[in-house]
Ligand binder design. Structure first.
Ligand code: GLN
Ligand code: ZN
Length: 785
């Protein structure tokens, strides 16, 4: 009998119940008991769903009040010492302080979970880190599930992956020296699980899909040797990519089964087949845990047939990874086009797909004939819709020429033309696009969406906002203005709604971090732009002022990266369709007299594949897509791009290859450290290093901004520098925004005078005192709600 299980389930709840309970607790409006009760209710529902779907094992331990990595740290007792918390008596309030910071301590650093849009809290380790055990919440949850009568498979982040994802601030300290203590702590945990009668434990080791050096491969041997003979069976779970490279070594570990992602890397089975021990279980991850399309059950059964023949009862069926990365349920989606809805499966529906697959394998396909027929007709529907897609899109894609990705002249000539056309002072000042999204603006958009506000009244109100933003910018003395993005709720959704090939859910939320969720749109078909999107708005904004008005667009890679993307053609092809749609918009903006056009690409870096060997391939098509979107303009039209919090140093050649005339990036939190990479690389075009952190309500002083600017002038030639904040200002209020921008403009003016008087050489000699923000790593909130 092929068994079924899932590596994990979303915890936020179909109506984001957990988010609202967390936030009410944080605001002091509800008690810890209320939050715990909400969480217990969600867990109970999710286990019930798994059991009702006939899964052989239900997953427990996949719940987290904020993050599963933090949960593992709290279970081990390995918390950052700087907070001074006793891990054994950690309260929920303290747990949240670790995640969100408190008056004395900045939050633990947060970063992306592999190549997903989920963010985890990075363990902070040092030579004194202890693993003496912490809170027992995970055990309590497992007991809850057992008490409800479920067959429980606990899920824990595995020891090597947990350690791999950690960091240390202690110079020269090798985290691997902690491994023996860490492994002993895991051994204790497993023994406590055995005492509860647990048979199988899943240890998540996605790090095994990365390119690891010998020291880290040896760590697997050391850690798992310590876990041998704990009395529970271990399922070593890999996902998000192929683990074939390390299959032989992994197969020799003293574990009892392996979970493989056969959606992302179906071919890895060939390598595993050679080495899988005779008694080991293979958990075949065949349902896509990263995307929302209904599975082609017939095709999966064909893929599984030889595995089933070979492995018999040792074959388990599962989604490719935790279902954390897809929305909870299709049930509340009543407004979706019924045809498109029929093509989708969210977490809940994926449980049923798993059940059908298992029944087909165990009892024969006749037993699930109806379900298979329904799957067939959904696939046929998608295929048929592909046949009727806009032939023009296909023709345009086929007609793309290499020249379409190139500006007419090299940067040196373009920038001369642009300077002549724009007549900007040195160190021009600008902002990244959005201005404060006041309650009024939100209400206006919501009323329009509900149909309570007519189109004309809506347009007038948005125009009033734009005019207000323009007047404020003129009064502040900014050089290149923006319209403020009052009409946009979200930088991807706004454009997606006006493009063909996109669909939107009402409740398709996915956890991004803590209580923050994203609702990615769906790209289901060929993408094209039926009519101009931002041109009227931009033309109106430009009509209000003599200063240059920046047109503001979201780039093709960010549109792709922050959506659920069709899986029936390569992502590169979809990116190209998006690029052509944006290219049309760029051309129309230029036609309408807009001289500066910004194409935001904050998600460029997060599209990087997990394995470095695959980076080049991605960067090639991603860079090409951006260039095709941008390169339609004349030499004297200036193209800007913007990226948020990210490390750029390892992809600087690709960033330079975008060939944007100006790039604005975050740098203030690292005290311009990021700029050193641009300087060393000799980044050729203009650059606007953010001079203040928009994620904090603190108004930076003229002096502080001045120091950052001097530092910037020391590493980048001043004639290539712009002055701007780190990111868009939509999360801020007007009072702090105006105060901060006033100081920014003043700092830029002071520096211009000094440059005129002493030249760049004078600035280079000035010692600068810069404070690095305590919480330098980080997360941009641009896409979370
Ligand atoms: N133009 C967008 C804004 O200012 C950019 C946000 C982003 O890059 N994430 O809000
Ligand atoms: Zn940004």
């Amino acid at each position: 009998m092929a068994r079924t299980h899932i590596p994990g389930f979303p915890r936020i709840g179909a109506k984001r119940e957990l988010k609202f309970a967390q936030e009410a607790f944080w605001r002091g409006e509800s008690s810890e008991a209320a939050l715990r009760e909400c969480a217990a209710g969600l867990r109970k529902t999710h286990w019930r769903q798994q059991a009702d779907a006939g899964l052989d094992l239900v997953a427990a331990g996949d719940f987290a009040y904020y993050d599963q990595m933090l949960g593992m740290s709290a279970l081990l007792g390995a918390l950052p010492a700087r907070f001074g918390f006793d891990p054994r008596t950690l309260t929920l309030a303290q747990y949240f302080e670790l995640a969100r910071g408190n008056a004395a301590q900045p939050a633990m650093e947060m970063t992306k979970w592999f190549d997903t849009n989920y963010h985890y809290l990075v363990p902070e380790l040092g030579p004194d880190t202890r693993f003496d055990g912490g809170v027992d919440w995970v055990f309590d949850e497992i007991d809850e599930a057992l008490a409800l009568g479920h067959r429980v498979k606990p899920v824990l982040v595995g020891p090597v992956t947990w350690l791999w994802l950690s960091k240390t601030h202690v110079a020269g300290f090798d985290r691997l020296t902690l491994l023996p203590k860490l492994a002993a702590a895991y051994r204790d945990i497993l023994q406590r699980l055995r005492a509860r009668g647990i048979e199988w434990v899943q240890l998540d080791e996605p790090a095994l899909c990365l390119e690891l050096d010998d020291a880290w491969l040896d760590a697997y041997d050391t850690a798992y040797a310590a876990l041998a003979d704990c009395g529970v069976k271990l399922l070593l779970a890999t996902y998000f990519d192929s683990a074939a490279e390390h299959a032989a070594r992994a197969a020799a570990l003293p574990v009892h089964g392996f979970h493989l992602d056969l959606v992302r890397a179906p071919q890895q089975w060939q390598a595993w087949r050679e080495v899988l021990p005779a008694n080991a279980v293979l958990s075949a991850g065949v349902i896509d845990g990263r995307n929302i399309w209904r599975a082609d059950l017939r095709a999966i059964l064909a893929q599984l047939a030889p595995l089933h023949a070979e492995l018999g009862d040792r074959l388990w069926l599962a989604p490719s990874c935790s279902l954390l990365h897809v929305p909870v349920s299709l049930a509340p989606e009543t407004r979706l086009d019924p045809e498109i809805r029929g093509w989708l499966a969210f977490a809940t529906e994926k449980l049923d797909e798993l059940k059908v697959l298992a029944t087909a394998l165990n009892d024969g396909e006749a037993a699930v004939a109806d379900a298979l027929a329904a799957s067939d007709s959904a696939q046929a529907g998608r295929r048929a819709s592909r046949r009727v897609v806009n032939a023009q899109v296909r023709q345009r894609v086929a007609a793309v020429t290499p020249e379409m990705a190139d500006r007419r002249s090299p940067f040196a000539q373009r920038i001369a033309d642009q300077r002549a056309a724009l007549q900007l002072p040195p160190l021009p000042t600008t902002t990244i696009g959005s201005f404060p999204q006041t309650a009024e603006i939100r209400q206006t958009r919501a009323a329009f969406k509900r149909g309570e506000l007519g189109a004309l009244a809506y347009l007038q109100r948005i125009r009033a906002e734009i005019e207000d933003a323009v007047r404020r910018q003129e009064a502040l003395g900014l050089d290149v203005l923006v319209h403020g993005e009052a009409e946009r709720n979200d930088m991807v959704e706004y454009f997606g709604e006006q493009l063909c090939g996109y669909a939107f859910t009402e409740f398709g939320w996915v956890q991004s971090y803590g209580s923050r969720c994203v609702k990615p749109p769906l790209i289901y078909g060929d993408v094209y732009r039926p009519e101009p999107i931002t041109v009227d708005t931009a033309r109106y904004a430009q009509s209000l002022t003599d200063r240059p008005m920046k047109g503001m667009l979201t780039g093709p890679i960010t549109m792709l990266q922050w959506s659920f993307v069709r899986d029936d053609q390569p992502r590169a092809d979809t990116a190209l369709q998006l690029a052509l749609a944006i290219r049309d918009e760029v051309a129309d903006l230029e036609q309408a007299g807009i001289r500066v056009i910004q194409i935001d690409e904050p998600a460029l870096r997060e599209g990087l594949p997990l394995r470095r060997a695959d980076w080049d391939g991605y960067l090639q098509w991603a860079v090409r897509a951006f260039r095709i979107a941008a390169a339609v303009v004349r030499d004297d039209t200036q193209i800007h791009t913007h990226m948020c919090y990210a490390e750029f140093n390892d992809i600087l050649p690709a960033i330079a290859a975008l060939d944007a005339d100006v790039i604005t990036i975050e740098t203030s939190r690292s005290a311009m450290e990021l700029l050193d990479g641009f300087a060393a690389f000799d980044y050729p075009n203009e650059i606007g290093p953010g001079v203040y952190d928009i994620h904090s309500p603190r108004v930076p002083s003229v002096e502080a901004i001045g120091q950052l600017l001097v530092r910037a002038c020391q590493v980048i030639p001043p004639e290539r520098l712009w002055v701007n904040p780190d990111c868009g200002l939509k999360t801020r209020g007007w009072a702090e925004t105006e105060a901060a921008l006033r100081n920014m403009v003043a700092a830029a003016r002071q520096l211009r005078e000094r440059l005129a008087a002493e030249g760049a050489a004078g600035l280079r000699r000035q010692p600068v005192a810069l404070e690095r923000a305590a919480h330098a790593g980080g997360q941009c909130d641009c896409a979370a709600h």
